[in-house]
Design a protein around this ligand. Structure first.
Ligand code: SF4
Length: 349
């Protein structure tokens, strides 16, 4: 294993990217960057990271912020439960650790939303504790280097990869080594067409020497995502539009949206327009339909949302209590799901 360690760390010192969260070993900054990078590419992640730490420069400012504001700052990244968990964990750090980021693995791992990967990344990079990290990059590199054909998304696969990563870890500099392995996967041993000709490990790589790069990593078959059909009513009157708050049992928990009609099956617009749900929402209200937008797909991890917007101008109305009137120019203050944000931007609302 020594040769692998040496080659990877030498490569890292020479080729690593300069990234804002690498400028210090502050565990709070590392934590923010790790959570952001779980859901976006590094290039887009930098902007979100800089904005987040500008808004919340330390744990205390994050813990003291209202949840709605945190969700708003997070908007565009998706996976809002991650922002909620960070907010919750920041409060825990403030109350149970006197505002100081815990410096032992178990306390880090016990924070809400922090799993094995993030705990190992923070513990090793910020505190030099010998915990191997295994992210998508590491799965790919290890599977190719050692020709491991156990599916990376199966429980036994995860165990096997963790064991190998832990054996491979350089315990004298675990933080540097973990970053080297992840960076190598992000820049050299990339998913399609890895840069094998310039790879310092090519002669020791099982996949390269056996010409079987396309066979690794192996993935188990994914279950089909669930289809859902959302019809949003963009209701507006003069300079007001109307929102409602989502509940806390479904996706986009406690965020704001337009009144929604969800159908169990795909429905043409005329079916939605004549449905009981439509009549219920617009009961005793005069309105005119301005446009019906074509359906768009929005993919979540386990769900595929088919979303259509109806633009409806209210002519004269007694507004139902559950609707929240929002002035158009101020609607950006509300945390809204990405498809609604995109709709408002694209239609210039
Ligand atoms: S030789 Fe190619 S497949 Fe093997 S580790 Fe290097 S980049 Fe990855």
């Amino acid at each position: 294993m020594d040769q692998y360690r040496k080659a990877l760390t030498e490569w890292y010192y020479h080729a690593k990217r300069e990234l804002p969260w690498r400028e210090s070993r502050d565990p709070y900054h590392l934590w923010v960057s790790e959570v952001i990078l779980q859901q976006t590419r590094v290039r887009q992640g930098i902007e979100y990271y800089l904005n987040f730490v500008k808004q919340y420069p330390d744990i205390k400012t994050l813990a003291m912020a209202p949840e709605e504001e945190v969700l708003k700052v997070w908007q565009g990244l998706g996976y809002y439960s991650r922002a909620r968990n960070m907010h919750h964990a920041a409060k825990t750090i403030l109350t149970e650790h006197h505002g100081k980021f815990p410096d032992d693995y178990l306390s880090i791992r016990n924070l809400k939303g922090i799993g094995d990967y993030t705990a190992a990344a923070i513990a090793s990079i910020a505190f030099d504790f010998p915990y191997a990290v295994v992210d998508g990059n590491v799965f790919r590199v290890l599977s190719r280097l050692f020709g491991i054909s156990t599916p990376i998304d199966a429980a036994n696969g995860k165990k096997e990869f963790y064991k190998i990563a832990q054996m491979m870890l350089d315990i004298n500099q675990p933080g540097v080594f973990n970053q080297a392995l992840m960076e190598f996967g992000a820049m050299v041993c990339i998913p399609a067409q890895p840069l094998c000709s310039g790879c310092p490990l090519s002669l020791r790589c099982h996949a390269f020497t056996n010409q079987s790069i396309g066979s690794f990593p192996v993935k188990a078959k994914k279950p089909k995502p669930k289809d859902r059909y959302f019809n949003y009513l963009y209701l507006h009157q003069d300079n007001l539009l109307f929102l409602e708050k989502r509940g806390d049992k479904d996706i986009w928990r406690n965020m704001y949206q337009f009144p929604l009609i969800e159908t169990a099956l795909p429905s043409p617009p005329e079916e939605v327009l004549s449905s009981d749900a439509w009549k219920d929402i617009l009961r005793n209200i005069k309105y005119s339909i301005e446009s019906i937008y074509p359906e768009k797909l929005h993919n979540l991890t386990h769900q595929r949302l088919h979303i259509r917007f109806f633009s409806v101008r209210l002519v004269e109305s007694r507004i139902p209590d559950q609707w929240i009137p929002a002035i158009r120019s101020e609607v950006a203050r509300y945390p809204v799901p990405k498809p609604i944000d995109v709709f408002l931007m694209e239609t210039g609302q």
